[in-house]
Design a protein around this ligand. Structure first.
Ligand SMILES: Cc1cc2nc3c(=O)[nH]c(=O)nc-3n(C[C@H](O)[C@H](O)[C@H](O)COP(=O)(O)OP(=O)(O)OC[C@H]3O[C@@H](n4cnc5c(N)ncnc54)[C@H](O)[C@@H]3O)c2cc1C
Ligand code: FES
Length: 290
């Protein structure tokens, strides 16, 4: 299992220096999103919850301007193959950077920097009594949970998966999960429970075994804040994979600073993006979510 000990706040994961060039090996539709893969010949295997800064090596910046800076992406799956580590990313095209990445074709080049940031910690490191995990994802935030579920499964740790989407257009990524025991919710009712995915979490947290599970969440800020509050009210430990606007990804620009629960700030790119629910004042991060 990759994450066996909960990194403490301020304890940083060191990434390989500099950016590396990779080749795109596939790009396929997954509902309203796309999954593209790149072969990283020289990098280490990432841990679930970590992210990469990505930029296409053509059609990026130059005379046309945007997209200029690399964009932050959670790793959605990773597998060592002959020739390197296959990295899968799930993308929702919402602006110039994500649209260019969503259009990458096999054979094109991709600049990657990473794996970066603090990953998910094993359930027993999040809560000593935790025998299993509850993974809850919303929208494009399902990405890091796919890799986390695989790693938990490999370690023989039971995980229940709850995924929610706004509507059919803003849904996808289920191909990454390759399992049948997912519970789904959608606000428009096109699949699963009609309503919020946090409704499903509420039911699970009412159960007797709730206190023996650690909750892991990634999704839009409002969903993450609801999860944080629900877990805090019930005394259930949780980790949240947060987003903030990230210009550099390695601690230099301070653009991703968010308030700590006690006092002061953390830089989400190096102290997160995965944080414990009780470490932050709120999951409603300004400038994040779409
Ligand atoms: C740690 C981390 C992991 C991420 N993982 C993924 C992923 O797996 N898949 C994916 O599709 N996206 C992911 N994102 C979000 C992605 O980085 C942004 O959507 C992207 O930078 C937007 O770039 P753009 O040029 O397409 O759009 P822009 O023109 O830069 O932004 C378009 C809209 O998105 C909003 N936005 C800008 N940056 C962010 C941001 N960082 N987070 C949320 N909203 C933003 C803006 O307010 C604006 O409304 C992640 C972000 C972070 C910080
Ligand atoms: S993105 Fe630059 S300091 Fe975090």
């Amino acid at each position: 299992m990759t994450a066996t000990r909960a990194p403490k706040l301020g304890e940083r994961v060191v990434a390989p220096f500099g950016r590396r060039s990779c080749e795109i090996t596939r790009n396929l539709a997954s509902g309203g999103y796309r999954i593209f893969s790149a072969l990283d010949a020289a990098g280490p295997e990432p841990a679930a919850g970590q992210f990469y800064m990505l930029a296409a090596d053509s059609g990026w910046g130059g005379d046309e301007g945007r997209p200029y800076l690399a964009r932050a992406f959670s790793v959605a799956d990773a597998e060592r193959e002959s020739g390197g580590v296959r990295l899968d990313f799930l993308v929702q095209a919402i602006g110039p950077g994500t649209s260019r990445l969503a259009a990458l074709e096999p054979g094109e080049g991709l600049w990657i920097h990473g794996p970066l940031g603090r990953p998910f910690a094993a359930p027993r490191d999040v809560s000593p009594d935790a025998a299993g995990a509850i993974l809850i994802g919303g929208g494009i935030g399902v990405a890091p949970l796919a890799l986390w579920r695989r790693r938990l499964q490999r370690a023989g740790i039971p995980a229940r998966v709850l995924l929610g989407f706004r509507d059919q257009e803003n849904s996808g990524g289920l191909d990454l999960f390759d399992c049948s025991e997912i519970r789904l919710a959608s606000e428009d009712g096109h699949t699963g429970h009609r309503g919020y995915v946090t409704d499903l979490l509420g039911v699970l947290l009412e159960g007797d075994d709730a206190s023996s599970a650690a909750v892991y969440a990634c999704g839009p800020p409002a969903m993450l804040e609801a999860v944080r509050v629900m877990c805090a009210d019930r005394g259930v430990a949780c980790e949240l994979a947060l987003e903030a606007p990230m210009a550099c990804g390695f601690g230099a620009c301070f653009g991703c600073a968010i308030p700590l629960a006690d006092e002061g700030y953390m830089r989400l790119c190096v102290d997160g993006p995965v944080v414990r629910g009780d470490e932050v004042e709120t999951a409603l991060v300004k400038g994040s979510g779409h």
